[in-house]
Every structure is written in C-alpha cells, then in structure tokens.
Write a protein that binds this ligand. Structure first.
Ligand SMILES: [Zn+2]
Length: 44
C-alpha cells in the first residue's frame, strides 16, 4: 500500500512495506509491485 504524505507543501508517496519515500506516485506504485517487504498481515 502506498501512503500519501504531505510535508512542507510537497506530496510524498511512501511504500508502507519498507518505508521508502517517492516524490512521484507512479514510481511508488511501481516500486510497491516489486517490493518484497510488504507485510501480508497488514490490512487497511
Ligand atoms: Zn518497498
């Protein structure tokens, strides 16, 4: 799941699996698809 975060007027997208931050939502989503750190027990 990609989390949206506003910081100093800039929107960041955070991979909730590993905590990596992206300034581009498509980059974050692409990373997330390949991220193996995602916790399957995490449900939102
Ligand atoms: Zn990740």
């Amino acid at each position: 799941m990609v989390a949206k975060t506003d910081r100093d007027g800039v929107t960041w997208y955070k991979c909730e699996g590993c905590g990596m931050m992206f300034d581009d939502e498509s980059d974050a989503r692409q990373h997330e698809e390949n991220c193996d750190q995602e916790d399957p027990s995490y449900i939102q």
